[in-house]
Design a protein around this ligand. Structure first.
Ligand code: SF4
Length: 560
């Protein structure tokens, strides 16, 4: 057939490839640093971590070489690397960051305990070889303020203490003394899973026990666990499990506590869930701030694979990279796939179309932590617990102006006053209760006059708040609610993924308006409404809660 004749002049052959050329030296280094890591898209975050660990930052030539290794466009690698706060992307011509970074948490609880003064003092004290970064919550609020030297957390940090750690060069964390696989099994651990495998427990009996227990998703959404397992089980296989251990809500540190004290109780919950729902592979997504837990989990997963109590699903451990929004279930799925953590529009829900397009059971760590004791022969303690008409136990992260802050396993429905009196040792000396956040930064804040409200799913909505991940931050008359609300909005502005305008611009505008001595109430209320109505995900929808609560409960602080 005759070819059409073009009037266009023939294109000149391009002499060199479009875009950046791969630097051979950078490529050799990247290949060495990646080692045997599979060059698959879902490993991209892990690959970026390996480069960052090796060099301390990510340079343009190395990102181009990484793109070549993964057969991706450099722009795709670049957009992922720049999305996550823990990756330091250095553009061409820019200097590399200082060899050591000290991260100072400046979220809610640490702000009450002098985080800003600590950061300023460290900037003045530590020389140019140390970079000081103000960062959101690092999950150690019970021992605020906290600074992290490299990956080594320094609790109840002072400038002298942090300087001493810097001087010592101790940049890796101390491992928690968690029970080993052997110790867990010696105390009856994995017996429930063995009973499931042996036929002593049927799937139906497990689902019925979960439904009767009232166990709900404890990451914040509170969806009934038994019902969720049935929904995913009814989907066509293969199915997957994604575990959210990315707790980033300011004030939350319960998942770390569960992991550090009973890692195998959680892992047994993973195995039971996979067995009951018919799942072949589980992905554990751990926040990057928990470096010690990462080492601990790696060790215990190796032990489990070496001495399995029965057939195991494939267990994949992945690291986040400092993006709060990845705690949102669909953003977590995106991140596990090696992409930016942008929340998806729903439907479809992740139970139908989740990780790699497969039906996915997604759970917070604490939910799975409760599964083995619930199903044990003496497991009736969980459903029988509860107070003020509520059911179950919850791990409360209690911090702020409290005599004994920490994680407390307490009945669902307990009030703040009871939590303080029976578990927290009351208020810290010299402090009088003024208010509290019942569910971290996004759950809103309440005045002392509402310290008798039961803390559980559905009990706080009438007051403009929610329990979320049960992160209770207590503040006193020495603090100002408006400052804490501003701190929360700065956090949301920092963590907004930027995908939708009401959240991206709304958080920025809110921060600007909240810095005025007198708040523009009509404008802030209108802004809050738009953010709630039109944001894609829970971050933007819940961000106005602290604003509304201050306007409602602490109006004297924001009007002239
Ligand atoms: Fe991203 Fe915020 Fe929109 Fe959520 S609400 S998708 S975090 S911009």
């Amino acid at each position: 057939m005759q070819q059409p004749v073009s009037s266009e002049p023939p294109r000149k052959r391009r002499k060199r490839r479009r875009g950046r050329v791969v630097d051979p030296q950078a490529q050799a280094q990247v290949q060495e640093w990646l080692g045997a890591l599979p060059r698959e898209r879902d490993q991209l975050l892990e690959a970026l971590h390996l480069l960052q660990d090796a060099q301390g930052y990510l340079s343009a030539p190395h990102l181009v070489a990484l793109a070549e290794e993964f057969r991706l466009a450099p722009a795709e690698v670049y957009e992922v690397a720049t999305f996550y706060h823990h990756f330091d992307v250095v553009k061409e011509g820019e200097p590399a960051p200082a060899p050591l970074t000290v991260r100072v948490c400046d979220s809610l609880t640490c702000s009450l305990f002098g985080a800003e003064a600590l950061a300023s003092s460290l900037e003045a004290r530590l020389g140019p070889n140390v970079r000081i970064q103000r960062v959101p919550c690092v999950g150690r609020c019970a021992r605020a303020p906290v600074a992290v030297v490299g990956k080594n957390p320094v609790e109840q940090a002072t400038p002298e203490g942090v300087a001493a750690v810097v001087q010592s060069g101790q940049v890796t964390p101390v491992l928690p003394e968690a029970p080993t696989l052997e110790q867990y099994q010696a105390s009856g651990g994995y017996q429930v899973y063995r009973d499931c495998l042996s036929g002593a427990r049927s799937v139906e009996s497990v689902l019925e026990a979960l439904e009767a227990s009232g166990l709900r998703g404890l990451g914040g959404a509170g969806f009934p666990t038994g019902r969720k397992w049935r929904i995913v089980r009814d989907q066509p296989g293969p199915r997957l499990l994604a575990v959210n251990i990315d707790e980033g809500e300011p004030g939350t540190f319960k998942d770390r506590y569960c992991l550090e004290t009973q890692p195998h109780q959680f892992l047994e919950g993973v195995l039971i869930a996979c067995w009951a729902v018919g799942i072949d592979a589980a992905y554990l997504y751990l926040r990057d701030e928990y470096a010690a837990c990462h080492t601990l989990l790696q060790r215990e997963l190796r032990a489990l694979e070496a001495h399995p109590p029965g057939p195991l699903p494939k267990l994949h451990l992945r690291r986040g990279a400092g993006a709060y929004v990845c705690g949102e279930e669909s953003a977590l799925i995106e991140s596990l796939e090696g992409k930016r953590g942008l929340p998806r529009q729903r439907p479809p829900y992740v139970a139908e179309v989740g990780l790699f397009g497969r039906p996915t059971l997604e759970h917070n760590l604490e939910t799975l932590h409760w599964v083995p004791p619930l199903l044990a022969p003496d497991g009736s303690a969980f459903p029988q617990a509860g107070r003020h008409g509520r059911q179950g136990l919850r791990a409360f992260s209690l911090s702020g102006r409290v005599a004994r802050p920490g994680v407390y396993l307490a009945p669902a429905g307990i009030t703040l006053q009871e939590l303080l009196d029976e578990y927290g040792g009351g208020m810290a000396p010299g402090h009088e209760l003024y208010g509290y956040f019942p569910g971290g930064a996004s759950g809103g804040l309440l005045p002392a006059s509402l310290a008798q409200v039961p803390l559980d799913f559905g009990t706080l909505q009438a007051h403009g708040c929610f329990i979320g991940s049960a992160a209770v931050v207590v503040f006193s008359r020495q603090d100002r609610a408006r400052d804490l609300a501003l701190n929360a909005l700065r956090f949301f502005h920092h963590e907004s993924c930027g995908q939708c305008t009401p959240c991206r611009v709304g958080t920025s505008k809110a921060v600007a308006l909240m810095q005025a001595p007198t708040w523009d109430r009509p404008l802030l209320e209108e802004l809050a409404q738009v953010m709630e109505d039109a944001s894609i995900c829970g971050l933007g929808q819940a961000a106005p809660n602290p604003i509304r609560c201050v306007l409602k409960y602490f109006p004297e602080e924001v009007q002239s």
